[in-house]
Design a binder for this molecule. Sequence first.
Ligand SMILES: Cc1cc2nc3c(=O)[nH]c(=O)nc-3n(C[C@H](O)[C@H](O)[C@H](O)COP(=O)(O)OP(=O)(O)OC[C@H]3O[C@@H](n4cnc5c(N)ncnc54)[C@H](O)[C@@H]3O)c2cc1C
Length: 440
Amino acid sequence: MEHLVIIGNGIAGITIARNVRKQLDMKITVISSESKYFFSRTALMYIYMGHMKFEDTKPYEDWFWEKNKINLVYAHVDKIDTDNKLLVLNNGETINYDKLVVATGSHSNKFGWPGQDLPGVQGLFTIQDLELLEKNTKDIKHAVIIGGGLVGIELAEMLHSRNIHVTFLIREDYYWNNILPKEDSQLICKEILQNGIDLILKTNLKEILSGKDGRVRAVVTDKGDELECQFVGLTPGVHPNIDVVKDSKIETGRGVLVNEYLETNIPDVYAAGDCIEIKAIREGAPNRLEQLWYTARMHGEALAKTICGNRTKYERGIWFNSAKFFDIEYQTYGFISNVQRAGEKTFFWQDKEMKHAVRIVYKEDDKSIVGVNVFGIRLRHKVFENWIKEKKTVGYVVNNLRRANFDPEFFKKYEPAIIKEFKKQNPEMEESIITEKTFS
Ligand SMILES: Cc1cc2nc3c(=O)[nH]c(=O)nc-3n(C[C@H](O)[C@H](O)[C@H](O)COP(=O)(O)OP(=O)(O)OC[C@H]3O[C@@H](n4cnc5c(N)ncnc54)[C@H](O)[C@@H]3O)c2cc1C
């Protein structure tokens, strides 16, 4: 019987194992040195905040794996020998494979700051990081978080929930404005400030200082300010974890290099999830890193088909993502650039409190939508995916927003205010576009 071995039991690796098992009776082994059982990394924050126990973050019961003949190995892979189709583990054991998937995830970034390895300074990615965070933040009063991405704001919320005063140091002009347009990131900045977090913008970390006990005691910014603290969270993004691949014959760049079928340069070796770098198909286009839960799952779904004999391209389809910034839920569908692109126009509405907002970007010529950002209102994924695919006009979308809304019944509805604002901003737009109501 053929043996499929997967390094990494994150969402990418587990999606492959489960989908292959549904289709084939091959031997499947999943190896991970982080945890024996698959858990939801995106739920780590809720463990710290006391909303969940680690057990609750495991989507499958422990008996599931044996019942489905998926063999779990809790060990670290030290070496991949592709000539002999062999893995060497840190416990001295070896495992032979017929097909191999590298799904080793990411590492948190560190940029060589003086003091970055001091006790009391850490990133947040693994379950071990969470355990360390428990120790590092016990009885502390003030924390500084460096780097304004999605994990940074989660860490701010986590620490805040334990009454730790947080200073959030961000090098950009506004929170996450390398991704979000200005008004959108201003809305999130307001939410951060309203939650009592100190937000310092346009400022870089220069160094981290230690006290007499050898632990972190302060950070120094590039503006020369010294901020006293007992903890520093480093969250300036992640990079693909290619440690185990580097000394093998598998080709790497920033990540494990794969083609659109998620195949590496070595036959029978594939890769998926945060660790991959997808080679550009068009000449001159950049290679792609995709480091999200959803994309890792989609890699896994496509690759499982290929492993089962139905060679399938990974196609990202219409982009989507979601996150939560303190109390504000965020969803994005299609493509919204932080700076408006040529040939595109934007409709933006937000309520007075800056707690709810909708941004629709559309083509100037035929008014078809290219993307939407929404804050504080829940929209149905499938509906928006279809509207973008079907090139619905901005007028249609504004008029039919209530069809996509799945806020609970008793929530305040914002659609009348959104339609009113749309008409106000677009007096020149033909009435037929503004009131296009037919749905297919
Ligand atoms: C706190 C936090 C919150 C997040 N929130 C969101 C969110 O809201 N939305 C979103 O889309 N994304 C979010 N992400 C990102 C998302 O979790 C990742 O994109 C996703 O988990 C990647 O899955 P993966 O399967 O590629 O890798 P991982 O989940 O990283 O799994 C890889 C596994 O492989 C193991 N491994 C690596 N090398 C070896 C080796 N040599 N031997 C054995 N095992 C090895 C690792 O220890 C790890 O357990 C969040 C990330 C974090 C840290």
